[in-house]
Design a protein around this ligand. Sequence first.
Ligand code: IMP
Ligand code: MG
Length: 193
Amino acid sequence: MKKTIPATTPEPYARDIARVLIEEEALQQRIAEMGAIISRDYEGKRPLFVGVLKGVLFFMADLLRAVHIPLEVDFMSISSYSPETRDHGMVRIIKDLETPLEGRHVIFVEDMIDTGLTLGYLLRLLAARNPASLEVAVLFDKPSRRILNIQPRYLGFRLPDLFVVGYGLDYHELYRNLPFIGVLKPNVFRSPP
Ligand code: IMP
Ligand code: MG
């Protein structure tokens, strides 16, 4: 059944959206399930959730509220050096974590694994800080595009090889504030905003 674009969608966005891939309710239901599983797995461990800005913003906010045990959260901010170095998964840290990872149970939270290069680089970096454990929670996985073999411990949805926006994910910084996951019309990619 075709999912309808919610009436609350701003008109400039609605014009650009070809279709809704995952509705808000489905996102929230799956995140609640992930939170329940993490709560059970980390009982008594006071996990530290680590996220990379900005794409993880809404997923982190909703996931944390679905985890019903004491926890801590911290963020880092990165940028890829250039299209060339991005191929090697090299990233530059713009803002590092404030929390030492030594001895902590760390859950690395990401919006999307695509090639896995970004995640692979960051996991090596965090592992070098000697956490007691290091697991990955990812909302979306595009397995068909994987270069580095990374299996997240917690996964929300598998996606086909499509560029998606909404729920924190952007195209040229727009569409992040859509509460659902949408697919853009092809003409949007031909004329960037
Ligand atoms: P990779 O795994 O190193 O290829 O990079 C994954 C990152 O690329 C994600 O964290 C997103 O920021 C971005 N990305 C990948 N696919 C999409 C998409 O469909 N929409 C928006 N951003 C995406
Ligand atoms: Mg990202």
